[in-house]
Design a protein around this ligand. Structure first.
Ligand code: AMP
Length: 303
């Protein structure tokens, strides 16, 4: 089994949705990603937290055998994101992004991390994504995520990262924004022209579209969920399930069929995350719940 290395935000989030709100609760792209991926494979985390970050929150990762040797703790406050979802639960509205300790973060990978086969550059400053990637020796498969905040503020760095990855995950709105296109399919193809062989566009309750320059399109439906409490982390849980699945099942470079199966794993993990605030629902997912939901998904998309 291969391992997955992730760099991304470790955060306290303040989130308001039509179901209620959660103040300064655990979040961040690397937290959602690594908990999700750890159901399938071993995970190594790179990131930084402030002195306000609780030991109990670090233990959530170490209890899952996630390697946190690459997690630095420094004086200051942990990254804080404040967001709200109105009637359209597929789109978060950012109210505040406080980088705090991430503003001066200089990632130094522990020696053991440098030979990781599967690398995921979760949503964080693209400059940090590049710094981490440059320290890994010939990874087999590299993925990235990003969001409108970085498309707006660091677009040229983001374009550099896109050139170096095999696969990129984006929301439909972000893909359209980056390529200045109103059609989702055109946007996907334009994102692929910027570098990556594969593009995954997440479309919330409508599922996801995966595109390969060589194989064309694969459409995955989302599992039907009626009680969406908090969509935060859906994308990172999707990517975590996707990469965790690949690391557990692929010895070489993933095939197109591997990527399709990984898409179903990501779909199941994201459908669980959204059913409660913060990481509460994701943390309850065990292998049994995963398999039950995967069978339901497969039944729903075959005849
Ligand atoms: P998503 O899976 O796209 O819903 O990601 C949600 C997580 O992204 C939240 O837990 C936030 O802490 C984190 N986040 C929000 N804005 C940023 C940003 N600009 N950079 C890194 N992480 C962010």
């Amino acid at each position: 089994m291969s391992e997955v290395l992730v760099v991304g935000s470790l955060a306290y989030d303040s989130v308001k949705t039509p179901s209620g709100k959660a103040e300064k609760s655990l979040g961040g792209s690397a937290n959602y990603f690594s908990v999700s991926a750890s159901l399938f494979s071993k995970v190594r985390v790179v990131g930084v937290v402030g002195s306000d970050y609780s030991d109990a929150d670090k233990k959530i990762l170490s209890d899952r055998k996630i390697d946190i040797a690459g997690m630095q703790t420094v004086a200051g406050n942990t990254f804080h994101w404040e967001g709200t979802y109105e009637q359209n639960l597929n789109e978060a509205v950012t109210l505040k992004t406080e980088l705090n300790v991430f503003a001066n973060f200089n990632p130094q990978l522990p020696e053991a991390y440098k030979t990781t086969d599967f690398v995921f550059l979760a949503n964080i400053d693209p400059v940090l994504q590049l710094q981490v990637l440059s320290q890994v020796n010939s990874p087999k498969f590299v993925g990235m995520d990003s969001m409108n905040f970085w498309i707006d503020s660091k677009q040229s760095d983001l374009l550099q990262v896109l050139k170096k990855v095999d696969i990129v995950f984006m929301n439909e709105a972000e893909a359209k924004m980056l390529t200045q296109t109103s059609n989702a399919i055109t946007a996907i193809k334009k994102v692929a022209e910027l570098g990556p062989e594969f593009v995954v566009v997440k479309r919330g309750e409508y599922g996801s579209t995966v595109y390969s320059k060589h194989h064309g399109f694969f459409q995955a439906a989302a599992l039907p969920v009626e009680k969406v409490v908090d969509p935060t982390g859906a994308g990172d849980s999707f990517a975590g399930g996707f990469f965790g699945y690949l690391a557990a099942h692929c010895t070489g470079r993933p095939t197109w069929n591997d990527l399709k199966a990984a898409t179903l794993a990501g779909t199941v993990m994201s459908s669980q995350t959204i059913q409660d605030f913060s990481m509460k629902a994701l943390l309850k997912v065990d292998k049994g719940a995963y398999e039950t939901n995967l069978s339901e998904l497969k039944k729903m998309i075959s005849f």
